[in-house]
Ligand binder design. Sequence first.
Ligand code: PLP
Length: 411
Amino acid sequence: MVSVNENFIKLPGSYLFSEVAARVNAFKTSRPEVQLIRLGIGDVTRPLPQASIEAMHKAVDELANAATFHGYGPEQGYGFLREAIVKHDFEPLGVRLSPEEVFVSDGAKSDTGNFTDILGQGNTVAVTDPVYPVYVDSNVMAGRAGNLLPDGCWSDIAYLPCTAENGFIPQLPQRRADIIYLCYPNNPTGTTLTREQLKAWVDYALEQGSLILFDAAYEAFIRESDVPHSIYEIEGARRCAVEFRSFSKTAGFTGVRCGYTVVPEEVTAIDSCGKRIALNRLWNRRQCTKFNGASYITQRGAEAVYSPEGRRQVRETVDYYMGNASIMRNALRRAGFDVYGGKNSPYLWVKTPDGTGSWEFFDRLLHEAGVVCTPGAGFGPSGEGYLRLTSFGKREDCLEAMERIAKWAER
Ligand code: PLP
């Protein structure tokens, strides 16, 4: 009889978003007259940049003609996009990459989830807490996480708390960690690391022979100059870090699907004989076997993001969301809340007042203000006592939600 990969059975259901949906649905049934405002969503609401739309229309027309038709593309992505990425995302930072170090994909979720396919099962894993759940769940699937403990943590994963008490700066792991996930600007806390703070992690990884999986999906939202956009701005990172990027939140590609992963030639891991193996080669091999490339249309749309018009349009969109973030941050502070993030990130991380639990506060905002947020506890134990709000909504919804929360807080 065929058997299953038991690691998948160990995974609990996606409690966070299904529980949010269940509570929202129950509320809608009991109070259908209330117009709910959803500030919990991680999806964007602004349309694609016009430059991408035009490029994608043109690409469709090319596919309609035998002379310009494109079938299977390179698994690593088309040269035109890999070159545009190197030129526009990294050269201005003083980071030199070759296009062969860039692997275009259908988004950062798949890449962050799949990357450890090429890493040994015995590696130890460290994540910051609270955490984007994909990092943890993909290691559970791979058998690296151990067992689920009553506090919701996995026995073999090191959780590095990030809370207001430590300024959301994770401490270097006490136990050696082989694979370290860092996400900056962070989802869910919206906080960042300075160059100096990130350098401590690169130095640690170089010293310990660890690999940093650096998720920079929200890089375009950075406003402050001492916040690095790429881990490769830090000396030595080419030897110890892989970086993930996404077109989702900047260019509205959440539905179109495109992202990329940078695997520098120098990043290596050892085999059982202690021989160094280049991860670039292994990732290339993995992708060529299991992935057939993002569509030609999508990659032309992504390339257009780097045209002068595309860049202007993306900037407008990012400014719009960051305008929302600023409105929300100011309004929540005026209403008496402690608010973090929202300066270099579309996420705001709000402390629940008087030690109220995340879920209790979620229920109160839902029932008493008609606003939906995401309870911080759903992102890990250190998220307890916080809520996540996103600035991806419509401006009028953000304004209305802030008015409702301010009135509610006055009571
Ligand atoms: N990484 C982080 C930290 C995210 O928050 C998200 C999406 O919410 C992703 C990756 C996924 O991005 P993509 O849409 O490119 O798969």
